[in-house]
Design a protein around this ligand. Structure first.
Ligand SMILES: [Zn+2]
Length: 393
């Protein structure tokens, strides 16, 4: 662990002097906007670091999936899925940010997913809400600064939005507002608002970012269920088009669907959205029969796999590579992975998008393997390989 950190710190020093080689353009960190600028320009006229990073064929690779990864590691409880690890083990959160940057993430996303007031209330720790949010933002900011990557805040579906109840809408607005204000105070480059199945809730998130975000750009992504429409029946591509029209810099889909079932929707979104689009699926083998990770059946038990038995349905690296290639061909500018993401997957995506992150130093080279490798070196082991590959026959 220490050696990884030392290695990364060493790289970090280089990053501060010059962008890493796998970067496509020079990184320009957003400075605090001068007050005269805020007073005299509209949101549309302000500089938009996110748009600048995604125009003229440029792309961003983005690691998500922190909730599942910390649950898997034994530092976060499935059920409420609240990121308590932020305050209980901040050093581990920092390390995972570093690991994802090492694997090719261009963005350090503050781990405030499900760190909103409703979730903290659910586990009886509402009094820790602000501390958790500010800590998560501080950790992500530190790693972004050290590595030269973009720093993003994060808000998400609240689980309590009910459009026909003004009190619910106001409560959700208040939850978004406090988190956006904390993120802006921490100096984020942009804010990710994600995993919305309800279109009006996504619109409300965007509205709040525009209202209190002081011009910080927004990525807004929807979560597609088994149907190709939002909870209200709006086609996903139309919902994305409206979010883009309402001012989101990047729109798209994340979570719930795996590579195979998210891509057909992305093709429709590409057709109607003019600006950058985002695609961050879960890393499980969803199919037309089982389009979301909630619907997947564990072939071993014949039971629903979500969430504990999803490892029985993990994508292969080959499938992740194929996904990234299709995204690139489709023109997805903001690409990444959500629940189930691990560094070995993210590196594949980064490499398919033309990057060579530090972790590429350790990308597989099977020519050196004693059975699979170069025949001239390992000829004597070819017979041995056959005995392993043939199983019991
Ligand atoms: Zn997810």
């Amino acid at each position: 662990m220490a050696s990884i950190r030392n290695n990364l710190n060493h790289k970090s020093t280089e990053f501060r002097k010059a962008p890493p080689k796998h970067y496509e353009i020079k990184i320009v960190r957003r400075k605090t906007t001068p007050s005269w600028f805020m007073a005299s320009t509209s949101v549309e006229m302000q500089s938009n670091i996110l748009r600048d990073r995604l125009t003229n064929g440029k792309t961003l690779v983005v690691a998500e999936g922190y909730v599942f990864e910390f649950e898997r590691r034994g530092y976060l409880q499935a059920g409420a899925f609240v990121p308590e690890v932020v305050t209980e083990h901040p050093e581990l959160v920092k390390q995972l940010h570093e690991e994802f940057v090492h694997a090719g993430s261009d963005v350090v996303l503050a781990f405030t997913y499900y760190g909103h007031r409703e979730k903290l209330r659910l586990i009886g720790k509402e009094d820790q809400l602000e501390v958790l949010n500010r800590k998560a933002l501080a950790i992500a900011s530190e790693v972004a600064r050290e590595t030269g990557m973009l720093f993003a805040g994060n808000i998400c579906n609240t689980t309590v939005y009910r459009g026909d109840d003004p009190d619910s809408v106001q409560a959700v607005r208040d939850m978004f507002t406090e988190q956006v204000v904390w993120a802006v105070e921490a100096g984020v480059d942009f804010i990710v608002a994600e995993t919305f199945a309800k279109f009006p809730e996504a619109m409300l998130a965007l509205e709040v970012i525009k209202e209190v975000g002081k011009g910080v750009p927004a990525v807004v992504t929807l979560a597609a269920s088994g149907r190709d429409v939002t909870a209200e029946g709006i086609p996903m591509e139309e919902a994305c088009r409206q979010l883009e029209e309402a001012g989101a810099t990047v729109v798209g889909l994340n979570c719930c669907r795996g590579p195979k079932t998210i891509l057909p929707l992305m093709a429709k979104i590409r057709k109607v959205c003019k600006g950058p689009i985002a695609c961050l699926p879960v890393t499980y083998r969803t199919s037309s029969e089982y389009p979301t990770f909630h619907s997947l059946i564990d072939p071993g038990s014949n039971q629903h796999a979500f969430p504990f038995d999803l490892p029985a349905l993990c994508c292969s690296r080959r499938e992740i590579k194929e996904f990234a290639r299709e995204c690139r061909d489709l023109g997805v500018e903001y690409v990444g992975l959500c629940c189930g993401n691990c560094s070995h997957y993210l590196r594949v995506v980064a490499e398919e998008y033309g990057r060579k992150p530090p972790a590429s130093k350790y990308s597989p080279d099977m020519s050196q393997h004693f059975m699979y490798g170069d025949k001239s070196k390992f000829e004597q082991n070819s017979a041995l390989l056959k005995t392993f590959q043939n199983g019991s026959s």
